[in-house]
Design a protein around this ligand. Structure first.
Ligand SMILES: Cc1ncc(COP(=O)(O)O)c(C=O)c1O
Length: 389
């Protein structure tokens, strides 16, 4: 795709800013069920709770609070606090890393479909190629073809930007494929950025990939409190890397963006990370229960939705098979039954076709999911009786 080009609207965020807080049943959320402040504080050790209550509301360190960086580093093997740079959400990481690493004349490879900033930010700087994530008869139902990825590499390829577990497909790369991609990048000195924000809620923990910052000297791991941990309101994210020079450049760039994280959010993120095993175990159990409930609904209407259980994360991208097509299905479900799904067109890409008639559904929430699923069931009963098993 030729570039540079002005950044187009972030279509998913435009859609959410219109609907997310208006709709009756949000069934396309990409985060796990959150916690209340008081629930989180109950998990805190007494000294952490006291630190939170007595917190000084001044600026914080641009790199992130030292204790928080220490705790984040413990989630990686072989990395220390100096390998962690805290950021305002994962969104800031996607933006700042592209701005720091790339110049006109460079080339980037990402996937299609993707989380839009992975293509739109690089496209404002240089050329970008999209390698399709395709439907396939494999576990999880989606595949990234490494031959196509290899064929997309050019002499000036500077960065490969991936996301696993993937939004929206729920795809997780097989372990050996990640190793092969790292080897490809290492041979050519290519940076490998992996958005790992859904890591931790794979349905089968054996699918959990090693974090790229641990296994590759030019690997950049992106993570955040928002998704697997379910605390997007904290707006605490980070990148991890072995290359301290790169982290320093991103830190300098951050001076033009958020400067530093919110002090209360850092203290709360520290509390949450200290309880990460408990939080992730709760979230994993919820995810499993919700996926089973969703599958029961789809199984009761065979031929209406083409569904394969995703491998990781709390969203999936099934295909609607009914007569009116996926776009009209999502529109009617919203208008008639107040249920919000993301039509596949929101994942439109400048880099290639996104399969038509798919929709994104989220299944990480608690009561919101149960009520939304009940509303979907009623909608199916009323509008698709001919598909009922
Ligand atoms: C794959 C992916 N990366 C990054 C983000 C941005 O995360 P945050 O809201 O924490 O900045 C999202 C949010 O949906 C996402 O799905």
């Amino acid at each position: 795709m030729t570039s540079p080009q002005p950044m187009r609207d972030f279509e998913l965020e435009v859609f959410f800013s219109k609907w997310e807080f208006k709709v009756r049943h949000h069934m396309t959320a990409s985060d796990m069920e959150s916690l209340s402040l008081s629930d989180l504080l109950q998990m805190a050790a007494p000294e952490d709770r006291e630190r939170f209550e007595k917190l000084w509301l001044g600026y914080t360190q641009t790199w992130g609070a030292p204790q928080l960086r220490d705790e984040i580093a413990k989630t990686y093997s072989g990395l220390a606090a100096e390998n962690i740079l805290c950021l305002a959400g994962a969104a800031e990481g996607l933006y700042a890393v592209a701005k720091v690493l790339l110049s006109a004349g460079d080339h980037v490879i990402t996937t299609v479909p993707n989380y839009q900033s992975a293509e739109t930010v690089p496209l404002a700087i240089c050329e970008v190629t999209g390698v399709p994530i395709k439907k396939a008869m494999v576990r999880g139902g989606w595949k990234l073809d490494l031959d196509e990825l290899r064929a997309a590499i050019r002499p000036n390829t500077k960065l490969i930007s991936l996301n696993f577990p993937q939004n929206p497909t729920g795809m997780v790369l097989p372990h050996e494929d990640l190793k092969e991609i790292v080897a490809l990048c290492r041979e050519r000195g290519i940076w490998l950025f992996v958005d790992e924000v859904y890591r931790g809620v794979e349905l089968d923990p054996a699918d959990r990939l090693p974090q790229v910052a641990q296994i590759y000297e030019r690997g950049i791991s992106l993570n955040v409190m928002s998704k697997a941990y379910g605390m997007p309101g904290l707006r605490v994210g980070w990148i991890a890397a072995q290359d301290l020079g790169l982290l320093e450049k991103v830190e300098r760039y951050k001076h033009y963006l958020s400067i530093c994280n919110s002090a209360p959010s850092e203290a709360l993120a520290l509390i949450a990370l200290k309880s990460r095993d408990q939080i992730l175990a709760r979230n994993h159990a919820l995810l499993k229960k919700n996926v089973e409930a969703l599958e029961q609904l789809f199984a009761a209407y065979p031929g209406l939705v083409e569904w394969t259980r995703p491998l990781g994360g709390c969203v999936a991208f099934p295909r609607f098979l009914g007569p009116e097509g996926g776009e009209a299905f999502c529109r009617k479900l919203l208008e008639v039954s107040g249920v919000l799904l993301l039509p596949g067109s929101i994942y439109r890409s400048e880099l290639g076709d996104v399969p038509e008639d798919h929709f994104r559904i989220g299944f990480g929430r608690g009561a919101v999911f149960e009520q939304g699923l009940a509303a979907m069931r009623q909608h199916f009963e009323a509008h698709y009786p001919q598909f009922k098993a």
